[in-house]
Design a protein. Structure first.
Length: 87
């Protein structure tokens, strides 16, 4: 093993054993098994899930959007800087 690779070995072990990555891989494998490893079924399921979430989010408006819309005064002009005070 080259010396430069030996220095990276602990980092590679950390990356390869990352618990988040492992969890994502397990979820992906479970999803594939649930749909019989058929990519068409998986994509159809994902499309239906996405549509359902989009409908659900339109019913529950984000309260932050309403706050952001009222936070700026109508007189505020976006992109213009305030004039420097005269001396």
């Amino acid at each position: 093993m080259s010396p430069s690779f030996a220095r990276l070995e602990p980092l590679l072990k950390l990356i390869m054993t990352n618990h988040i990555i492992q969890e994502v891989r397990e979820a992906r494998a479970a999803l594939a098994a649930e749909h019989g490893y058929d990519h068409r079924k998986i994509f159809a399921w994902a499309k239906a899930e996405h549509a359902a979430r989009q409908q659900g989010s339109s019913k529950n408006q984000d309260p932050n959007k309403a706050r952001m819309a009222t936070a700026r005064k109508p007189s505020d002009k976006v992109g213009q800087q305030a004039a420097a005070p005269s001396l």
